[in-house]
Design a protein around this ligand. Sequence first.
Ligand code: 6PG
Length: 233
Amino acid sequence: MKIEILPDPGAVASHAARWLAAAARDAVAARGRFAFAVSGGHTPWQMLGLLAAEDVPWGKVHLFQVDERVAPEGHTDRNMTHIRKSLLVLASIPAGNVHPMPVEEGDLGAAALRYERELEAVAGTPAVLDAVHLGLGPDGHTASLVPGDPALDVDGSDLAVTGTYAGRVRMTLTYPAIDRARAVLWVVTGAEKAPVLPLLMAGDRSIPAGRVRNGQALLLADRAAAANLAPLR
Ligand code: 6PG
C-alpha cells in the first residue's frame, strides 16, 4: 500500500480530489466510464466539494455508495444527504448515474440484492469498481464493516446489511467488492485515528480495516493521523 502523509486535513482533501479526478479521466479514456463508490462519515465532504471543481468528464461518471445508514431520505444521518450537498449540487453527474443505496425499503436484504444488480449493470459481473474511497474509524472500522458484525464474514455477495452500529442499521459493500476494485483510496485524518492507522498499514486482521486486501491502494493521511507510524525511510 502506497502512503502519502500531508500536513493537514485540507491538504489531504485536495490531494484526494485531484487523485479522484485523474482516476476518472483515465478510466473514461480507457473504458468509457468511471464508476466509483464513496464512504460517509464527515471527512469526505470537503474532498467531494473540491472534486466538484476538478476537470472530470461528469457525463461518464457513475457514483455509488460504499455504505449508508438506514434513515429517512434527507436525514442528516444519511451519507447521501451530504454527498448531494457537497458534490451533486455542483457536479453535473446525470441523475441516472447517481446510485443511492436503497435503505428506505422494508426488506433490506432484497434491497441489498437489488443494489448488487445495479452495481453489476454498470461495473460488470462480478462488479469491478474503478475506485472505492474508504475512511477509517477510531475503532478500526471501514465502510460499515464494524468490529464483531457478521458482515465481516460475508464473502458470497458484494453487499450486506449490518446490525445496529452507532444507532443505525447500515447497508455496506463487503470485502469482496472492495478487494476487487481497480483502486482503493484511503482518506484518514485526525489524531483519533493515530492508534489504529499502524494496524491498517500492517494488514492487522484484528480491525476490520486491516482485512481489506486490495493490492492497488493509496492511503492519504494527515500528520495527526500518522503520528504513530514508523518514520518513512
Ligand atoms: C460511515 C462511514 C465510515 C467512515 C469512518 C471514518 O458511514 O460512517 O462510511 O466508515 O468512513 O467512520 O469517518 P471519517 O473519515 O469521517 O472520520
